[in-house]
Design a protein around this ligand. Structure first.
Ligand SMILES: *[C@@H]1O[C@H](CO)[C@@H](O)[C@H](O)[C@H]1NC(C)=O
Length: 183
């Protein structure tokens, strides 16, 4: 009798322990967040040479409007302004007499969709990272360039510093262009 009661107790105890362990490992899985998307974000941060304080910002930057209401659209606008300001500043620092026509041409060479914006984004492999709806082509220039811009919007918000985001833009865009900085 006593031994049967003991057995029942043991079975209950063991079931409870394994249930708790199940919970614990489920929690761990959530925390380690090893989804392909999370892994891609980790790799992207290494490529950028920048680690986000809030990874949610990079996650949002890598989410196209076709995929979610919580998307990169507004970050993309800030990012485009970060890039335009970085290019304008560099151009004027180099030549204060630059014409508005030349400055606009230089800005569009670097930040327009059909320009190095898409090339830079493809080089980072953003077409393989950005989340889009099944009907959306993630390699389309507008998608790649939008995601590329959104990265710098996300960095500007994460650092609360547009200049810091501009510096990372130059580092990504190419040492060749960055080296032209007279500073
Ligand atoms: C997606 O877009 C890229 C770049 O414009 C193009 O080369 C490719 O053919 C497109 N893929 C599909 C499936 O439409």
């Amino acid at each position: 009798m006593r031994s049967r009661r003991f057995t029942l107790f043991s079975v209950l105890l063991i079931s409870t322990i394994s249930l708790l362990q199940g919970h614990a490992s489920a929690d761990l899985n959530i925390r380690s967040s090893s989804s392909p998307f999370s892994i891609a974000l980790e790799t992207l941060q290494k490529q950028l040479g920048y680690t986000f304080k809030s990874i949610a910002l990079l996650r949002r930057a890598m989410t196209h409007a076709s995929f979610s209401e919580e998307n990169s659209r507004a970050l993309s606008i800030l990012g485009a302004n970060v890039i335009d300001a970085a290019v304008s500043f560099q151009s004027l620092a180099k030549d204060i007499d630059i014409s508005s026509k030349d400055l606009n041409r230089r800005i569009s060479e670097i930040s327009a969709v059909e320009s190095s914006c898409t090339v830079d984004g493809l080089r980072l492999g953003l077409q393989k990272v950005v989340r889009v709806s099944p009907k959306t082509n993630s390699s389309a220039p507008a998608v790649v360039c939008g995601a590329f811009r959104a990265i710098f919007g996300a960095i500007a918000v994460d650092t609360a510093d547009c200049d810091a985001a501009g510096d990372i833009f130059w580092a990504i865009h190419g040492a060749k262009v960055g080296a032209a900085l007279p500073l």
